[in-house]
Design a protein around this ligand. Structure first.
Ligand code: ASC
Length: 152
């Protein structure tokens, strides 16, 4: 009994590991939930830096760097959640343009990642003016992709 259960579990794990990334989500809603969760964490951590650049909380260079690094990590994660067929009513705000112009979408994503990488570098200078400038560039990269690929 246990032996066959174990065999089934091992077989299932092996199958899951060999499937493409799109198969990591059992239902379309799971992919939507995944990518929105990543964006939520990214926006929260980015927002903590924004609070410093806007003077709402004191500038803390170490905290700014920690948050920039977290945003950088998160910036790599949402993309495989954009599984084809996961746009539309009840499936978040993703535009179908993501799949009709995936090259541009990927390019916008890469630009955001590049600006976030620069924000990490800026945060490590421990200079608020550098952080402010890099923060603004990241925000523009976020906005450009949202304008292109997120429904109102
Ligand atoms: C944020 C956030 C976004 C971007 C965007 C920048 O903090 O949640 O979606 O910045 O508003 O224009």
């Amino acid at each position: 009994m246990y032996r066959s259960l174990l065999a089934t579990a091992v077989a299932a794990a092996g199958l899951a590991a060999s499937l493409p990334a799109t198969a990591q989500f059992q239902k379309p809603e799971d992919a939507v939930k995944y990518r929105e969760s990543v964006m939520t964490v990214m926006a929260n951590r980015f927002g903590r830096i924004g609070a410093m650049t806007q003077g709402r909380v004191p500038y803390d260079a170490a905290l700014a760097t920690q948050n920039a690094e977290l945003v950088a990590t998160m910036s790599h994660l949402p993309w495989d959640g954009f599984v084809e067929g996961t746009a539309g009513t009840g499936k978040g705000r993703a535009s179908t343009k993501i799949w009709s112009d995936r090259a541009k979408f990927d390019d916008d994503a890469k630009k955001m990642q590049d600006e976030v990488a620069k924000l990490v570098v800026a945060s490590r200078t421990n200079n608020l003016d550098n952080v402010k400038a890099a923060f603004g560039n990241v925000g523009q990269a976020c906005k450009a992709c949202h304008d292109n690929f997120r429904n109102p």
